[in-house]
Design a protein around this ligand. Structure first.
Ligand code: PEP
Ligand code: MG
Length: 574
């Protein structure tokens, strides 16, 4: 028996047999690359053209199949691949290589894609999502010359559903495996925001990244995937199996109870009404909100509109999407955050001036200065959409009043342009700030007095308090994600909200952890925004708590001296 620690991308527990999906890297198959004579060039260009055509046809067929099983947003991922395949640049660069370097079609394709992938890698993290898309397209074209790049070791589903393990998730692999045949996903590599992860999450099964699949797993292994504890257990002994069978049973039972209470509002056991909203990261997730009894969208991260494409979305495109979301929300508030750029979320077409560092330089209002037109387009689209629901505009990474004024001027310019064009918008749209720097937290009262509401972004706040990357694996090793210093800042912010009678909504990842709620409620939080996938669980958890009014828990919390003690403290609360 082996227990391996990974990183969870989706909750839940599954127990079953592993099926290893081997992604064979055709680009490494030297056998298919060779040089050609100048006379062979026209034929080779013909082969290249046929290869691209075959790849386009296969993809078109896959999109047709996908139309039955995928929603529009997921389908767009494959439409995006088709667009890239149709893009002249990839094709023409490959032809140029055949002509200038006298190489065969496969060689030219591999080199052309390699050039793109290499440049993405050099440009750092924000291109990593696009790399997998390019690998997928490259494999599809190379595959069209006769060899398979991804291989099912035996047909998934033939002998029942499996836990699918793979070096990485690629979008087309997911199309090959229908959702009823998957119990869980385990991978080496993974990004929480990649197209493939978005697709995999829609399967609603646990997903754990960061496991060396090649080293630790083979098809046929008996495995438990625990998306809650971010662990996998390989070939568990009987005792562990029994333990997990009970845990799976408990989770299932709890889910039944949660299901029966899902229509109730979020309220503590002693009758305090709590505002519970939803974080939305993709259009996909909007489809689920209709099924939840929620108090609105507390954080719409708009980055998904800008990522995975070759140019900024137009005002019209954005307007239609914001309008669609507002109409879906039945009058509940929709808090839309203006584009929040960081290393992991920088679209390929926005070029950062050399002297800027992204994480400590080009965030919040600085990004507005550099990419003013992009923000102005977004502001206009949002204001126009404000006619269709209860819109609130949220400014990211506001550290001080100066930042706030930059965002204000942006909105005011957008309003003036619309007024001149006689375009209607709601003149009373509420504006709020993200509190996610120590500066904003300390000045919470001054900043809050200027705006309608605040959201607390603890993911960033914690990294800037501790000077440690928000990469959870680092935080997890040494620091508790509800670090006592963070809690001291939270106390300050909640107090400011209470004093001014303004909504302060906790929307960072810590709001997804059930054991923390005793403390959050005792601190006086009345508003949270959490991901769709564990919305009902958190609501149920709130319904079970009668928060102490004496501050006894908080005092006890501060007596813990290190991460180990804090882990124990919260384990006792859960
Ligand atoms: C945060 O920083 O906690 C937050 C909610 O924003 P994001 O995770 O999108 O940076
Ligand atoms: Mg943030």
């Amino acid at each position: 028996m082996k227990i391996l620690k990974g990183k969870s991308a989706a909750n839940g527990i599954a127990q079953g047999i592993v099926f290893v999906y081997s992604v064979r890297d055709l680009s490494l198959d030297r056998g298919q690359y060779h040089t050609i004579t100048p006379e062979q060039i026209p034929d080779e260009i013909g082969r290249l053209e046929e290869g691209f055509d075959r790849a386009k046809n296969t993809l078109t067929k896959m999109i047709d199949i996908g139309k039955e099983s995928l929603d529009r947003n997921n389908l767009n991922i494959f439409n995006f691949h088709l667009e890239l395949l149709k893009d002249k640049a990839l094709y023409e660069k490959s032809i140029q290589r055949i002509k200038e370097q006298n190489v065969n079609a496969q060689h030219a394709i591999r080199e052309t894609f390699e050039e793109y992938i290499k440049s993405f890698k050099q440009k750092e993290l924000h291109f990593s999502d696009l790399i997998n898309d390019f690998v997928d397209i490259r494999n599809r074209i190379l595959e069209s010359f006769g060899k398979l790049s991804g291989r099912l070791q035996f047909p998934v589903g033939k002998e029942g559903p499996f836990i699918v393990a793979s070096k990485l998730l690629i979008p087309s692999m997911l199309l090959e495996i229908s959702r009823e045949n998957v119990l869980a996903f385990i991978t080496n590599e993974g990004s929480l925001t990649s197209h493939a992860t978005i697709l995999a999450r829609s399967y609603r099964v646990p997903i754990v990244f960061g496991i060396d699949v090649e080293k630790h797993l083979k098809t046929g292994d008996d495995v438990i995937v625990d998306g809650f504890s971010e662990e996998i257990v390989v070939n568990p002994d009987q005792r562990t199996k029994d333990f997990y069978s009970r845990k799976i049973e408990q989770v299932a039972k709890k889910e039944i109870i949660i299901d029966t209470t899902k229509d109730q509002a979020a309220m503590t056991k002693d009758g305090q009404r709590i505002t519970l909203k939803i974080n939305i990261n993709s259009l996909d997730e909007v489809n689920y909100i209709k099924q939840l009894n929620h108090d609105g969208i507390g954080l719409l991260r708009t980055e998904f509109l800008f990522m995975g494409r070759t140019e900024s979305p137009t005002e019209e495109e954005q307007f239609n999407i914001y309008k669609q979301i507002l109409e879906c929300s039945d009058g509940t508030s929709v808090t839309v955050r203006l584009l929040d750029l960081d290393t992991g979320k920088l679209p390929a077409y926005l070029t950062v001036p050399g002297h800027y560092s992204i994480d400590l330089g080009l965030r919040g209002s600085h990004a507005v200065d550099v990419f003013y037109d992009t923000y102005l387009t977004q502001a206009k689209a949002l204001l126009r959409a404000s006619m269709y629901g209860n819109l609130k505009i949220l400014y990211p990474m506001v550290s001080d009043n100066n930042d706030l004024q930059i965002f204000r001027r942006l909105i005011s310019n957008a309003k003036n342009i619309l007024k001149k064009k006689k375009v209607k918008f709601d003149t009373k749209v509420s504006e709020g700030i993200m509190i996610e720097t120590p500066s904003a937290a300390i000045s919470a009262q001054e900043l809050l007095s200027e705006v309608g509401f605040a959201n607390i972004g603890t993911n960033d706040l914690l990294q800037y308090i501790l000077a440690v990357s928000r990469d959870i694996s680092i935080i997890e090793e040494r620091y508790h994600i509800l670090h006592p210093s963070l809690v001291k800042f939270l106390e300050l912010i909640v107090r400011a909200g209470k004093k001014l009678n303004k909504e302060v909504c906790l929307c960072g990842a810590i709001a997804s952890y059930e054991p923390f709620y005793h403390l959050f409620l005792e601190l006086g939080f009345k508003s949270f925004s959490i991901p769709v996938f564990n919305f009902n669980n958190i609501k149920y958890c709130i319904n079970q708590i009668s928060p102490s009014k004496t501050g006894v828990l908080l005092t006890k919390f501060f007596t813990n001296k290190n991460k180990k003690q804090l882990d124990k403290f919260f384990a006792q609360l859960s």
